[in-house]
Write a protein that binds this ligand. Structure first.
Ligand code: PHE
Length: 358
């Protein structure tokens, strides 16, 4: 059947010539489509005798399958070519800015510690660090707290096991041992702050076994209590971004300072809302005093030549006051919902230059 061979050859040529998916589709319509050449032959089957139809029908079906297969093969090849061209065309531009994505948060303790460090750094303080695991000398004895001194009971200390010589290491109960390490290693003038973890065997509504302090120490020849008060006043007005914050010294006792004072700042509690600044109430933010002569002596400094002040503040307490966090224990719950609420977006944290409040 010559006609059939012709049509097949023509249809396969049409398919082979198609250079694009659109051209291929046109070839499909022209051959297998309703009015296509192969379909037209199918229609002619009706006019044949049953015997003719049997052989012609089988042949026709074979042609139809052959053309359909050629179209499928050509289609797959054209699609692969189109994909390759697309991949070559659409390169990734790595210089484009990143899309905003959900980020982690900075914990309020880390944030507040950074803020406090930035403020003291601007005043000329350097950051000093010391180990969390301390010995008795640095945590107590050199700070004028000898063995059997009642002040040792004030600190509920975590002790490690006893060594052969009877001594025990401990988790530092305050950041004050960093004072000692700094004075032993450096000559005055000294102007440091020591931020870090501290530990006490204590756990209730307002105490966690681990918490954070920032200690400040200034040693020089003419340093006096006025400098201490001025430093703290400068700190609190900057930290809370309030023009005027009254600072009050309340007489107190620490073995390592004399005189010693608890530091209170002014606030108001009108309408149940706490506001730092001028007001009828006071809030305690830390301890302070002039470094005790015995402490200077323990560090090899002559108290007749040098004097200075020290202060210590709780970081959690400052974070609670500044950012309105009501419960201390939530700081260490590792609750992601809490962190999402109270945490800080890494590229949008409060800074000295950009503003310290949110
Ligand atoms: N080290 C004291 C404490 O943890 C705080 C303090 C530091 C007091 C420096 C006075 C001077 O309780």
């Amino acid at each position: 059947m010559d006609q059939l061979d012709n049509i097949r050859a023509e249809a396969l040529a049409q398919v082979a010539q198609a250079q694009s998916l659109e051209a291929l589709e046109a070839a499909r319509v022209a051959t297998l489509g309703k009015k296509g050449s192969v379909s037209a032959l199918m229609a002619s089957l009706g006019k044949m005798s049953p015997d003719e139809r049997k052989t012609a029908g089988a042949q026709l079906n074979a042609v139809k399958d052959q053309v359909a297969e050629a179209i499928a093969t050509a289609k797959a090849a054209l699609e692969a070519k189109a994909l390759e061209e697309k991949l070559a065309r659409e390169r990734v531009d790595v210089t484009l800015p990143v899309r905003p994505e959900s980020q982690g948060r900075i914990h309020p303790i880390a944030q507040v510690m950074d803020e406090m460090v930035a403020i003291f750094a601007q005043m000329g303080f350097e950051v000093a660090e010391g180990p969390d695991i301390e010995d008795d000398f640095h945590n107590f004895t050199a700070l004028n707290i000898p063995a059997e001194h009642p002040a040792r009971q004030m600190h509920d200390t975590f002790y490690f096991g006893e060594k052969d010589d009877g001594s025990r290491h401990l988790l530092r109960t305050h950041t004050s041992p960093v004072q000692i390490r700094t004075m032993l290693a450096n000559k005055p003038p000294i102007r440091i702050i020591a931020p870090g973890r501290t530990y006490r065997c204590d756990s209730d509504m307002t105490h966690t076994p681990m918490f954070h302090q920032i200690e400040g120490l200034v040693i020089d020849k003419t340093t006096h209590m006025g400098h201490l008060k001025g430093t703290l006043m400068e700190f609190v007005t900057t930290f809370f971004e309030v023009d005027e914050v009254p600072v009050r010294f309340r007489p107190s006792f620490f073995p390592f300072t004399e005189p010693s004072a608890e530091v209170d700042i002014g606030c108001s509690r009108e309408g149940g809302e706490l506001r730092i600044g001028k007001g009828a109430s006071w809030l305690e933010i830390g301890g302070s005093g002039m470094v005790h002569p015995n402490v200077l002596r323990a560090c090899g400094l002559d108290p007749d030549e040098y004097q200075g002040f020290a202060f210590g503040m709780g970081v959690e307490r400052m974070a609670m006051l500044k950012y309105g966090i009501p419960d201390l224990r939530t700081f260490f719950d590792s609750d992601l919902r809490w962190l999402k609420h109270y945490g800080f977006v890494p590229l949008d944290v409060p800074t000295l230059s950009g503003g310290l409040t949110r």
